[in-house]
Design a protein around this ligand. Structure first.
Ligand SMILES: *Cc1c(COP(=O)(O)O)cnc(C)c1O
Length: 384
């Protein structure tokens, strides 16, 4: 039996997947082309060159057919050997994923885990590196999407670069939306994915490695086949991937990179910063306590009473067609998260806040209708 839907228009304000611009979505609908052709090679070359700009690196960026986690696993199996020691600095669910991958491969790890909502302290990494000179790599997260905070990668990069260890950063949700400079910040390996700032359907993962990281690749003995980065490096020269690439997504990525370049990466960073400020003002106006020690610019989190956390997310989606995210793990039911990255604009944010107000009223929370929207408008109006 077919379900009769209450709403027919949807707004995706989740931190992945994010909405896809129409011009990018249209590319995903075109007839597929063969990947061992000159036609595809030209697109592939444009795409990898575009990715280098977005990553702010001079090094090659490889495209994998996987969700972001595939690139995370790639960054583990290609750099290390059984028994190697690493540091994992985690402040949330995605940071903990590094721990789980390390556990899966039998690595020795020193975990610097801070309470969810807090950020990683660079000085803790510095101390751990000093006490454990055999550490091969430090794994951490740029924007921790599960809590909405951002780690100081620039400072961490400075610290790790002075040692023999390499720094591996998960920038899956932060890249494109928030200022990130791979080479300048001395980050050795960066991973990302297609369904957040890149405004594409899920299915592509990206990874870049510098010379210091490639030295580790040479000695790495962990088992690998599909994610063997040497295979990707070899076929990169001929504008190919070692296995069939998700052709459709690569074609669409060319369009999404065009979209990014039309607005300009720096402008996009500023757009997200402004939306984050407006989102924070909106939530605060409703007396919702902002969550997170150092809020990032791609997603905004606020604490909500535990008994209504799940209901807010469900009602927003079912009654108004607005999808936001709730909390993960221990934060389930305790926070709500609004994304403002990629193809999410000022108007989308205002819609999200207006519908949040209505849901809160329906849940019997005492708020003044229009207050969040007004506070966000105030922020948006003050800026050109
Ligand atoms: C979304 C996300 C991931 C996981 O990516 P998948 O594409 O679901 O594998 C990892 N890290 C961060 C910070 C993310 O936001």
């Amino acid at each position: 039996m077919e379900e009769i839907k209450k709403v027919t228009k949807y707004y995706l304000l989740t931190p992945g997947p994010t909405p896809i611009p129409p011009e990018v979505a249209l590319k995903e609908a075109l007839p597929i082309i063969h990947h061992r052709t000159n036609e595809f090679a030209v697109i592939y070359r444009n795409v990898v060159e575009g990715l280098k700009d977005v990553f702010r690196t001079k090094n090659e960026v490889y495209i994998l057919a996987a969700s972001g986690t595939g690139a995370m696993e790639t960054a583990v199996v290609n750099l290390l050997s059984h028994g190697d020691e690493i540091i994992v600095a985690s402040c949330g669910n995605f940071g903990d994923r590094w721990l789980k991958i390390a556990q899966g491969y039998g690595l020795k790890f020193i975990s610097i885990c801070v309470e969810w909502g807090k950020v990683v302290k660079p000085s803790e990494i510095e101390k751990a590196l000093k006490n454990n000179p055999n550490v091969k790599a430090v794994y951490t997260t740029f924007t921790e999407t599960s809590t909405g905070v951002v780690n100081d990668i620039k400072t961490i990069g400075e610290i790790v670069s002075k040692t023999d260890a390499i720094l591996v950063v998960d920038a899956i949700s932060g890249l494109v939306g928030q200022e990130f400079k791979t080479d300048e910040w001395k980050v050795d390996v960066v991973v990302s994915g297609s369904q957040k700032g890149f405004m594409l359907a899920p299915g592509l993962a990206f990874i870049t490695l510098n010379d210091k990281a490639w030295e580790l690749v040479k000695t790495s003995k962990l088992p690998k086949f599909y994610f063997d980065i040497k295979k990707y490096k070899k076929s990169y020269i001929t504008n190919e991937t070692p296995f069939t690439p998700p052709v459709t997504l690569v074609v669409a990525l060319e369009e999404s990179i065009k979209f990014i370049n039309k607005r300009g990466l720096e402008n996009i960073w500023n757009d997200c910063k402004l939306l984050a400020k407006a989102a924070r003002a909106g939530m605060t106006a409703l007396d919702l306590k902002l969550f997170g020690e150092v809020p990032c610019e791609v997603v905004t989190s606020a604490s909500v009473p535990i008994e209504i956390g799940g209901k807010i997310v469900k009602m927003l989606r079912e009654k108004y067609g607005v999808s936001i995210a709730g909390g993960q793990g221990d934060l389930k039911g305790k926070i709500i998260r609004f994304a403002h990255m990629g193809y999410i604009g000022k108007a989308d944010l205002l819609i999200g806040l207006a519908c949040l107000e209505m849901v809160l009223v329906e849940l019997g929370i005492k708020i003044e209708k229009g207050k969040a929207v007004a506070a966000a408008e105030e922020v948006l109006l003050k800026t050109e």
